[in-house]
Design a protein around this ligand. Structure first.
Ligand code: UDX
Length: 435
């Protein structure tokens, strides 16, 4: 099948590359000339494990191409994916200007029937708006389908190639057949393509992300209560996660959820609720709890240093919002580092992938080449991302480098009992404090 993917951001690049891997002819379109030039020269602008291998193969074999021309990109395309940014506006609602502009252009440029696929996370009713925008100028038949993306950064290729399910919102039999054909290679293990109306598909994406954000937040609340009652959140997680009605995943208490999706989507769903005069109390509580959770370790740190961080150096392990990504959007580390700097502390930091992105935002930080280099002469260690290499450090080396044997761990990487044996003061989330 000939496919156009408009927007070469994270979702667009994964979508385009993975569909070329299943044998389709894919052209990715973007207005950013520099980015397209880079892609044409084999430069992958994002870090995503496994994507480069597929990208190189499909570029080399001529199935994956890039252009800045929408007209050229959609020529002969049976499906046109819209993977465009929907940044939150000031009121939290998703801004649709990029999508609607492209929809308007598509109406003028399309010369044959195509299925226009909304891949971006968009508010309920967007498919209808896109359809209306195309209709204004269109001279050919078309269908607009909502096909939300559920991929996680860091495992996006796997999520795309082996999806738990594919959700497709459309009322058109013709579009349904096209989508079935396109996704057939990805659902061969029997995972379903779930067809529904456009509005339900749009809502499904928000409901999934809001539910997962709520699941994490619930555990963060339990963790906070564990600290007060002397229970251990790790035991609770295992104790409830084995109940198949609850499920094992997304029950890890920590320093709050971040990233490019959960915070934005929860906020946008709250905005949709408000627009429909519905007070979604649970969602508002999720946002409030997460805001506090991100700052959870700071009071402990301040108390440890008698309320004064001036001239203290705090080592930070982990900047990305989660491991296996260089994405620092809404990462808890950023907010904490800003606060540390405001309080007069110096910050030395290490992250395997996140440093290039952080440098521009937080130039006042000393970035180090290794995790241990960040500890050299620091007064304390704070951990914000659970990169595997932080899980089993050489604690003797950590003790020797740090001025004080104290760790503030936002990801529960170590056992409090072990830290006690090693003589560390250790603060984590929802477990015994070792002081
Ligand atoms: C998420 C959704 O999982 C994905 O389906 C959607 O398409 C986009 O948003 P992503 O943002 O890449 O994906 O990351 P995810 O692995 O879901 O983690 C989100 C945040 O939740 C991270 O900050 C992570 O640290 C946090 N998290 C996750 C927890 O705090 N505890 C957990 O148990 C799981």
């Amino acid at each position: 099948m000939k496919i156009a993917v408009v927007g070469t951001g994270y979702v667009g690049l994964v979508t385009g590359t993975c569909f070329s891997e299943t044998g389709n002819q894919v052209v990715c379109v973007d207005v950013n000339e520099e980015k397209i030039k880079g892609l044409q020269n084999g430069v992958m602008p994002i870090y995503e494990p496994g994507l480069d291998v597929l990208f190189n193969r499909n570029v080399e074999e001529g199935r994956l191409k890039f252009t800045t021309s929408l007209k050229e990109g959609i020529e002969g395309a049976e499906t046109i994916f819209l993977a465009l940014p929907t940044p939150p506006g000031e009121d939290g609602s998703a801004d649709l200007k990029y999508i609607l502009k492209v929809a308007d252009d598509l109406g003028k440029l399309m010369t044959q029937y195509a299925v226009i696929v909304d891949k971006s996370t968009v508010p309920v009713g967007t498919a209808e708006l896109v359809s209306a925008a195309i209709s204004r100028n269109a001279t050919v038949d078309f269908d607009v389908v909502s096909n939300p993306e559920f991929l996680r950064e860091g495992v996006a290729v796997e999520d795309f190639m082996k999806p738990d399910r594919v959700v497709v919102g459309t009322g058109s039999e013709r579009a349904k057949k096209v989508m079935e054909r396109l996704y057939a290679p990805l659902v061969r293990q029997g995972n379903p393509i779930i067809f529904m109306d456009e509005r339900s598909a749009e809502m499904t994406k928000y409901a999934a992300n809001a539910f997962l954000a709520m699941k994490i937040t619930f555990m963060n609340e339990i963790a906070n209560l564990c600290e007060k009652t002397g229970a251990n959140v790790d035991h609770i997680r295992r104790g409830i996660g084995t109940d198949s009605r609850i499920g094992k995943r997304f029950l890890f208490a920590g320093i709050g959820y971040g990233g490019s999706c959960f915070p934005k989507d929860v906020q946008a769903l709250a905005k949709t609720s408000a627009d429909y005069a519905y007070d979604f109390r649970l969602l508002n509580a999720v946002m409030e709890v997460n805001k506090d959770q991100k700052r959870k370790l700071l009071p402990h740190l301040l108390a440890y240093f008698g309320g004064d961080l001036k001239d203290k150096t705090i080592a930070v392990w982990g900047l990305a919002f989660k491991p296996y990504t260089d994405d620092i959007r809404e990462a808890p580390a950023l907010e904490n580092i800003r606060e540390l700097l405001d309080l007069g502390a110096k910050v030395t930091a290490y992250d395997p992938e996140g440093m290039p992105n952080t440098k521009a935002l937080l130039p006042g930080v000393t970035y180090c080449h290794t995790a241990y280099a960040a500890l050299d002469d620091a007064d304390a260690l704070m951990i914000f991302t659970e990169w595997p290499q932080f899980r089993t450090p050489e604690f003797e080396k950590v003790s020797a480098l740090l001025k004080n044997k104290v760790i503030f761990d936002g990801r529960n990487l170590y056992e409090p009992e072990h830290m006690k044996e090693l003589g560390f003061a250790y603060f984590s989330i929802g477990r015994e404090t070792v002081s």
